[in-house]
Design a protein around this ligand. Structure first.
Ligand code: ZN
Length: 42
């Protein structure tokens, strides 16, 4: 059984398709863009 930390280390780094910044793994509901680019207020 993999620990959560080991699991995340195996994941490829997600990058925002809009600005290219790395996406934090805090949430997986942002899809392919970072929090800033996904902000509906912008
Ligand atoms: Zn972005």
């Amino acid at each position: 059984m993999m620990s959560p930390i080991e699991f995340f280390k195996t994941l490829p780094e997600k990058k925002c398709t809009a600005c290219g910044n790395a996406i934090q793994e805090q949430a997986d509901c942002y899809g392919d863009v970072c929090e800033e680019c996904d902000d509906p207020a912008r």
